[in-house]
Design a protein. Structure first.
Length: 149
């Protein structure tokens, strides 16, 4: 039998364990999130990645990935465990940049040399880049900011 590297150790405190168990059992939790919680719980119980993979019907790589993420990044913060937690990469624009673009949209476009009475997202994007507020931004993203703002 071929042996791989020793899996990373996970030691949950009582609060983390309770939160993960609730997350795994809660009917409103997405299946993905519940499975990730079960992977971490099984790792805490001393299961290796192959055992977790068999129990959860996932690949060994997936079990290893979620064990590693818990250990290295604490991807699922205990205080914020919910399906509402934002997934994906962090935002590209700071709150200050968004505020500056919204303020720009409130200015008179003619004062910036645009021969129109109202800004369009395309013009705001071009002006934000010109003023150095952002290095690049799409008109669609500007439209999202303005809709939210």
């Amino acid at each position: 039998m071929k042996r791989g590297p020793k899996p990373l150790t996970i030691e949950l405190n009582a609060r983390e364990k309770e939160a993960l168990e609730k997350l795994a059992r809660r009917p409103s939790t997405s299946q993905q999130m519940a499975q990730r919680a079960r992977i971490v719980l099984e790792a805490n119980n001393g299961q290796n990645n192959a055992q977790i993979a068999r129990a959860e019907a996932v690949s060994v790589n997936k079990a290893r990935k979620w064990r590693r993420r818990w250990v290295e990044l604490k991807v699922i913060p205990v205080d914020e465990m919910s399906i509402e937690a934002r997934s994906g990469s962090p935002g590209k624009f700071s709150a200050e940049q968004m505020t500056q673009m919204i303020a720009l949209a409130c200015e008179d476009p003619q004062a910036s040399g645009y021969p129109v009475s109202h800004w369009t997202p395309k013009e705001v994007a071009a002006e934000a880049i010109k003023r150095g507020i952002v290095a690049s931004i799409s008109p669609r993203q500007v439209g999202r900011f303005l809709k939210r703002g």
